[in-house]
Write a protein that binds this ligand. Sequence first.
Ligand SMILES: Cc1ncc(COP(=O)(O)O)c(C=O)c1O
Length: 388
Amino acid sequence: MRYDFDTPVNRRGSASIKWDYGKRFTGLENLLPLWVADMDFPACTEVIEALKRRSEHGVFGYTLEPESYYRSVIDWMLRRHGWAIRRGWMVSAPGVVPSLNLALLAYSQPGDGVVIQPPVYYPFKESIKNNDRRVVENPLRLDGERYTMDLVQLEEAIDRRTRVLVLCSPHNPVSRVWSPQELEGLVEICARRKIIILSDEIHHDLIMPGHHHTPTASLSQEAATVTVTLTSATKTFNLAGVGCSLVIASDKQLRERYHTTQKRICTGIANAFSALAAETAYRQGESWLEQVIEYIQGNYEFLTAFLGERLPAARVIPLEGTYLAWVDLRALGFSDEQLKERVLRRARVWLDDGPIFGSGGRGFQRINLACPRSTLKQALEAVVRVLG
Ligand SMILES: Cc1ncc(COP(=O)(O)O)c(C=O)c1O
């Protein structure tokens, strides 16, 4: 079947973080939101039907992820990513950010160093600081329009108390899909310096045409022994409000250290809807996903053409993965406060400000492309009016 991503769905009044809490988060109302990473599209029909059937059953007692759920993940990883995982490698978790925090507790002590590569998804830094670990920055390099990991600088940044590196693969917000060669270089350093890689691959299915995602742990035996993968069906299939995620580690010791930490906060019980939604999506949602990727690629092309014509000083970083466009507005000459004043307060368009992603974010804005093209157009019209 052909999905309709063009018709806007009114999300106001659904307790949506993106649409309903402008006042709470920014002090402003009536904003057009293209910030937080969820999609404005309905989930695939099969998921909606499965959740309807489950809710009509009416009894919502204690629930556990069934074996069929894990099987669907194994099949998906093999089919979509060429990664042969086993049931015993997986630990079910309540979300990627919660499991990132737990993994930091499992693999490091207060005061230990944890590497991040900014500009990067801001909860990475928050998780490190909230758990009294030390943020070690290895900023990405921007050469022309392409971001790369600086492995020479990484070697220098690591010290005796650096225990963990949090990798964002694909990388939010710069949208890079790391190549096997780049990942191999990273793994070689981390293995030699005894650093555990927490590979956040939540965006792994949102890969634009011409690019290919490589799960870090699938690279080699060496990679598998230093990597713990954090993943979920929620980003792929727009199920963030339903929840659930997975921690995958083939190394028994790494897995048990994580599991022991998670057990301390007793997150063993699932909710009645999450695994059902994820399994249904993995088994029946592939066509929806293909169509969503095509639509997002179309929105990215629309964005580059629109800005090319109406705001040529803006530079859109090529979108390799995720549905988050990273736009360089530095050539316009505004300070970050001026950008915010114009975009948020005057144009009433709610984007994510570059500086929240840390070093290298100044002068950038992140735009969520997972919305109907008409919404994107409305937002861009308003933005170019205040920036042009
Ligand atoms: C890189 C990355 N990790 C994790 C998350 C959120 O994961 P969860 O909702 O499972 O906590 C996001 C959401 O935007 C993300 O971009």
